[in-house]
Design a protein around this ligand. Sequence first.
Ligand SMILES: [Zn+2]
Length: 439
Amino acid sequence: MPRRRSGLALAMLAGLLAGGAARVGAQEPALIAIRAGRLVDVERGEVRRDQVVLIRGDRIAAVQPASAKIPSGARIIDLSRFTVLPGLIDCHTHLIGDIQSADVLLPLERSEAQETFSGVRNARATLLAGFTTVRDVGTYRAFVDVALRDAIDDGTVVGPRMRVPGAYVTVSTGAGELVGAAPDVTIPFSYRFGVANSADEVRARVRAILNGGADFVKILATGAVLTRGTKPGVSEYTEEQIRAAVEQAAEYGTYVAAHAHGAEGIKRAVRAGVRSIEHGSLIDDEGIALMKERGTWFVADIYNGDYTDSVGRLQQWPADILRKNEETTETQRAGFRKAVAAGVRIAYGTDSGVYPHGMNAMQLPYMVKHGMTPMQATQSATISAAQLMQWEDRVGSIAPGKYADIIAVEGDALADLRSLMKVGFVMKGGVVYKGRESP
Ligand SMILES: [Zn+2]
């Protein structure tokens, strides 16, 4: 099985890079037993003491109390001083390319190979930070995300499991466009693959994107903070045009995620039937009620406004970007708090790529500060995220039959979610990528 072998070789490499002692050899025992001092059961919303997780191959076989017998021959990994959690999930990353800056044409200054290798670096950083799955939400250069997803799946690249949208569905000069070039400069087609200006065009681009290997559709329903010129509060698609994307995606058995800051754009997207609202910075009470009623997921990146503000000032970014960031950061947090109180379904998404990859856990304490319990915040980044991605059958909790995607941090993680910034152990699909094994 070549795929298994290459996965193991990469795991060994990842273990060495992480300074850990992942012992990988030809005689890998089929069974692993993880002793967990604390085990976070995100399905029941409780932490259980002294449990053992049994792993066979890439799947979880059983969860049992420490007092129960461990089958002979099992390789034991002792995490009894640790809190053991399901691998975390970030539903809003941008793994392809360099960190976004005020240099709006940066993607044009880099070759596709450079964009790809940045993606390789970002994928590894994300996995080693304990995020074993991501729903990536886009790249300017179409389909580089599809290639990265496939390279991770076949063991070529170390990274999280990915679901990807292939390209941005956006109006011309809208939030998903590369803007800032001189008017007589033509932006190459590969950056404009998803540009659509009518319901028919939306259908055609959605078809092309899904035929190209995307897993779901990302539509830009309003302007954006970091796309120069566009206005976060301004709607860029009509409800009918967004519905065209939703219906076309449904033909393929998948869904639409809508980037939407403005209150009106949010409501149009929810009414049109999108599965998730991304950002939601200027959401109003009616929008919150509508999302609750429709079961729409809310993916609000409530940390990165602080990052953009501090780095943007330091690097003297254009005033209009800093102003838009300021105008959306605190309103987004207030809206988030109301949505949590109203019982809107929340999934964890950080917009990593706007800030450095590997810091994905930074947002967890922010979510607690803005209305969630530590368990709710943890659920948003595990079981809830898996539900949004329609992957709850394989990831999101430590349960028999699911992938053995498991992380651990020292001490009591839920007492201080900042501890998840220092994940000491990462396993994906039964392979250890970070951490010391025992004995
Ligand atoms: Zn984003």
